[in-house]
Write a protein that binds this ligand. Structure first.
Ligand SMILES: Nc1ncnc2c1ncn2[C@@H]1O[C@H](COP(=O)(O)OP(=O)(O)OP(=O)(O)O)[C@@H](O)[C@H]1O
Ligand SMILES: O=P(O)(O)OC[C@H]1O[C@](O)(CO)[C@@H](O)[C@@H]1O
Ligand SMILES: [Mg+2]
Length: 486
């Protein structure tokens, strides 16, 4: 196998100093496959501020750090976006710069550094941990003393005074759910935001938010570059739905899945304890079904999982009701998990509801759980008027995201915050830090803002769901009926 490495922007090709090592005792054509990768360039302050000077990383003189060989990350350290390859044909992968401390930094005197931290969009477990670790990391690692929290999302840049933060103040924040800085949707006024950043003298801006926030951050970055300001902007990806693309997963997601399982367990107990009982749980997931999928996979109590990425229908051969009837007949009960964005096109809506949007422009969803409950009851009363039937609907919505992060998410938040700080100190801007195939990397903000992580219903994970639930595809006119499958 040959490996080649390309600098994406200047198209020079250089061999990477490594030799792939795998068992080639059975020599065949797969051994000659070519794996090439190209480094993804990040925006940098020196792209438009050519005279900026570097200095030695202050970690060199930090009494609590002892930088040893290999401690500093160099520009040739990369993380491959794709690690699964088919050796029978040439393949290619993007390569992101690895996150971590650089030996030279573009940090102005710490006394002239003013960092701003803002949280936008919905809540997510771990927000307070990220804020805490940004404050403590900036303070302890790089000696920054002017760190500010911008209140209530993007609008806070122009509508309220920032609050000064320090390690003592934020010491216990990781133990609390929510965001101590407050958050909001909407209020994105580009000129006012960038004016606010300039007026407050911020030169580092840490923006914590989801897909919408990242799209806003790209606009802020562009405006800052247009004004040629010495201000680094970095995005820290946050979304309980896990719908941000490229990174392995978003922080808080695991905590949310854990919480979701408590609701599934309760639904199972309720369903099992009733005659012909259905336990119905609605979980967050505006346009992706990751929480529903992972909670289903890990609980093993779910008979059917419905997510926005798959279509379903209720009545008739091959429909959801036929399937549930079969399950109830076999087991006496069934558990149904539905992501909030599933089945939205099936629910009757009034004209006004069709165009309803939240302050950020996201469509307002109808309650798929409430609708399913009522449709299930009508259907059973029609089909089995003399038999008992119970639907217990559990909607734990905000309970799964308004909680502190679990241990794994807390650790993840810490690494994210520190990665972001190191990148900003290196003069990078317009980037997002996040784990890619288990290694922390810097990804262009623009790429993250455009990428979406949807459940791939053709891959193994969805096949696992099917093997756990034994649910069919709800496809009209299929030849098998559910009795054949179960
Ligand atoms: N395309 C966009 N351009 C500029 N700003 C945007 C854009 N989309 C959203 N925003 C702004 O980003 C902020 C957060 O957006 P949104 O409410 O969609 O949440 P989010 O970041 O996607 O997080 P989550 O979905 O996890 O709640 C809001 O202030 C919103 O006005
Ligand atoms: O009620 P809010 O705060 O607008 O948030 C609800 C939405 O936010 C999310 O938690 C994240 O996007 C979605 O799952 C949910 O639809
Ligand atoms: Mg969003």
């Amino acid at each position: 196998m040959a490996v080649s490495y390309t600098e994406a922007n200047n198209l020079t090709t250089a061999p990477i100093p490594c030799s792939p090592n795998y068992n080639s005792s059975n020599s065949n054509s797969t051994n000659t496959a070519t794996l090439s990768f190209s480094a993804v360039q990040l925006p940098h302050l020196t792209d438009y501020l050519r005279d900026l000077q570097t200095r030695t990383n202050p970690l060199e003189h930090n009494p609590f750090y002892h930088p040893s060989d290999g401690f500093y990350i160099t520009d040739s350290d990369v993380v491959l976006r794709h690690v699964v390859h088919d050796l029978s044909s040439p393949s290619h992968s993007a390569a992101y710069h690895r996150a971590g401390p650089r030996n030279r930094v573009f940090l102005d005197q710490p006394s002239r550094t003013r960092a701003a931290i803002v949280t936008c969009g919905g809540l997510c477990p771990g927000l307070n941990t990220v804020i805490r670790e940004l404050v403590v990391g900036l303070w302890d690692l790089y000696g920054v003393r002017q760190i500010f929290g911008v209140k209530a999302g993007y609008r806070g840049f122009y509508s309220s005074e920032p609050v000064e933060l320090n390690p003592k103040l934020v010491d216990n924040w990781h133990k609390n759910g929510g965001t101590a800085l407050e958050t909001s949707r909407g209020g994105f006024d580009l000129q006012k935001i960038v004016d606010g950043i300039q007026d407050h003298g911020f030169n580092q801006v840490y923006i914590i938010g989801g897909d919408g926030t990242m799209r806003g951050a790209v606009n802020i970055l562009d405006e800052i570059r247009r004004r040629r300001l010495n201000i680094s902007v970095t995005g820290i990806p946050k979304t309980v739905d896990n719908d941000v693309g490229i990174i392995d997963r978003s922080f808080g997601f695991q905590t949310a899945v854990e919480r979701a399982q408590e609701a599934i367990s309760a639904a199972h107990v309720e369903a099992e304890s009733a005659v012909n009982g259905i336990g119905l749980v609605k979980l967050m997931g505006r346009s992706t079904g990751h929480i529903a999928l992972y909670a289903t996979l890990s609980s093993r109590e779910v008979d059917c999982c419905l997510i926005p990425e798959i279509d379903f229908y209720l009545e008739g051969q091959g429909g959801l009701f036929e399937f549930l009837e079969q399950r109830v007949k076999e087991n006496g009960h069934a558990v149904l998990v539905v992501a909030e964005g599933a089945g939205q096109d099936l629910i009757p809506r009034k004209d006004a509801q069709t165009s309803e949007k939240d302050e950020s422009g996201n469509p307002v969803l109808l309650d798929v759980g409430g609708w399913l409950k009522s449709e299930l009851k009508k259907w059973w009363a029609r089909e089995h008027p003399d038999d008992l039937f119970t639907v217990k609907y559990i909607d734990p919505t905000y309970m799964i995201r308004a909680v502190p992060a679990n241990a794994t998410d807390n650790l993840y938040c810490t690494l994210l915050a520190h990665s972001a700080i190191h990148g900003v100190m290196a003069g990078d801007t317009g980037f997002v830090s996040g784990p890619v195939n288990g290694n922390y990397a810097y990804i262009p903000l623009e790429e993250v803002a455009q990428a979406k992580n949807e459940v791939n219903t053709k891959d193994h994970k969805w096949a696992w769901v099917r093997s756990v639930t034994n649910q069919p595809d709800f496809v009209r006119n299929q030849t098998l009926n559910h009795a054949d499958i179960s």
